[in-house]
Design a protein around this ligand. Structure first.
Ligand SMILES: [Ca+2]
Ligand SMILES: [Ca+2]
Length: 438
């Protein structure tokens, strides 16, 4: 270039070759220029001192529509001539700072909106003049206060409606908003989903391997387009009985009256079980507490899934009883009446000394040994107190004698499926008592 470069404080002087060219002067990092009266350039020390730096600063605070400062907003400043760019992020106080700006024209635009706020695409014009003054959109930068509006939350889907669910059902159905998707979660954690049809109905199939059992919970969510997922709807399997209820009162467990309390009741409780005839697996079980302060002597199975079962009734000190049961949707539950006709009657007298499912001389001997021992006294044997009146006496002995020789019978056709409790062998104490008798 046709220019002369010189440095203040030095004697270096170069020549300009063209009238009107510039004489560039560098001083302390500053740079200035002045016309150079070529062909003879004046010595550098005659150059005027450099003017102050004109670096400018743009600072503003990002707020929401309520005036609260917002952090995390990112703005990008772009020099419209050179393309130079710089980005800044608002701090905890909402402040953004662009420093060391050269005079020129810029654009300023939000590039990332604060979390939870709508992105503002407005392109602002920034001007920095030679004196360092900064204008944004034509007004002093000090009054520049861009705001964000909060993101409007999506409406929440309505929870779906689940129709009545009955144990053994192979589908779960209900109603919802057409076009939505309903997701159903079963008690075992398996899931299935289905669209809501134009008529507002939905149906999901129970996943293979999952089974709807009485008391299970079924949970469903609805996802409507343009909405967030609904709150759950929860229903309990078999809230509709469908007539499949099996109930009964076990005798003679229910005839006693006493005030000994819950421990005594528990000692004389019976159990009713529904078992699968195929493998004897327990399908449902319930305790039968004798009539008293809390007991009723009755048992109830609601919503029995359709199928065949063994009803197994037992109580310590009594012979167990097995009965054939069939549950049919719409037809209820039927129990095959045994030959003796006493469908829920248990025979007392098979005492704990052997519990071998036969009422015989061993039980009689044990009963005799326990005579006179009352509840609360050492050696009281609940299983010998057959009438549950709190003392082993003649009344219990009479029950045993009335059933003497009886034995429990197996449910027909349950080969290899021993429903009877295993024998309980005599304890040392009971053996001693027995030996005294013989
Ligand atoms: Ca026995
Ligand atoms: Ca008694």
């Amino acid at each position: 270039m046709n220019e002369t470069q010189c440095r203040i404080g030095t004697s270096r002087v170069s020549r300009c070759h063209t009238a009107g060219a510039s004489c560039n002067v560098f001083s302390g990092g500053c740079h200035c220029s002045r016309p150079c009266p070529c062909p003879t350039c004046p010595p550098c020390p005659t150059c005027p001192p450099c003017p102050p730096a004109t670096y400018a600063m743009l600072s503003f605070i990002k707020r929401n529509i309520n005036g609260a400062a917002l952090s995390g907003a990112v703005f990008t400043l772009t020099n419209t001539l050179s393309g130079w760019q710089s980005s800044a992020s608002s701090d905890a106080g909402g402040r953004l700072l662009f420093n060391y700006l050269q005079p020129g024209s810029y654009t300023l635009q939000e590039s990332i909106a604060p979390d939870g706020y709508v992105f503002d695409p407005t392109i602002h014009t920034v001007t920095v003049d030679g004196s360092g003054a900064v204008l944004v959109d034509g007004v002093p930068a000090g009054s520049f206060a861009p705001v964000n509006t909060p993101v409007t939350p999506m409406p929440v889907s309505d929870p779906p409606v689940i129709g009545a669910v009955t144990a053994g059902d192979t589908t779960v159905s209900g109603t919802g908003v057409p076009g939505s998707t309903v997701n159903v979660i079963f008690a075992d954690g398996e899931q299935a989903s289905a669209p809501v049809q134009p008529d507002g109905t939905w149906v999901v199939a129970v996943p293979p391997g999952s089974m709807l059992n009485p008391g299970d919970t079924v949970t469903a969510y609805q996802d409507t387009p343009g909405h967030t997922i609904s709150q759950p709807t929860v229903t309990v399997v078999n809230n509709v009985d469908d007539g499949r209820v099996l109930t009964g009162t076990v005798s003679p467990i229910a005839f006693a009256e006493w005030t000994y309390g819950p421990d005594f009741l528990a000692q004389h409780a019976a159990t009713a079980e529904l078992r699968s005839p195929g493998n004897c697996a327990v399908v449902a079980s319930t305790s039968i507490t004798p009539v008293g302060t809390t007991g009723t002597g009755t048992f109830t199975f609601k919503n029995v899934p359709s199928g065949n079962y063994i009803l197994y009734l037992y109580r310590p000190g009594y012979l167990p009883r097995t009965l054939a049961v069939t549950a049919t949707a719409g037809s209820g539950v039927t129990v095959v009446t045994p030959p003796d006709g006493n469908i829920f009657t248990l025979k007392g007298g098979d005492l704990v000394i052997d519990s071998n499912n036969i009422i015989n001389a061993f039980d009689q001997s044990a009963m005799v040994a326990d005579q006179g021992v009352a509840y609360g006294e050492p050696g009281y044997t609940p299983n010998a107190d057959l009438n549950a009146d709190g003392i082993v006496n003649d009344l219990d002995y009479d029950i045993l004698i009335s059933n003497y020789g009886a034995r429990s019978s197996q449910y027909p056709g349950q080969a290899g499926c021993d429903m009877n409790p295993p024998p309980v062998f005599a304890t040392e104490v009971s053996l001693q008592r027995f030996r005294r008798l013989v």
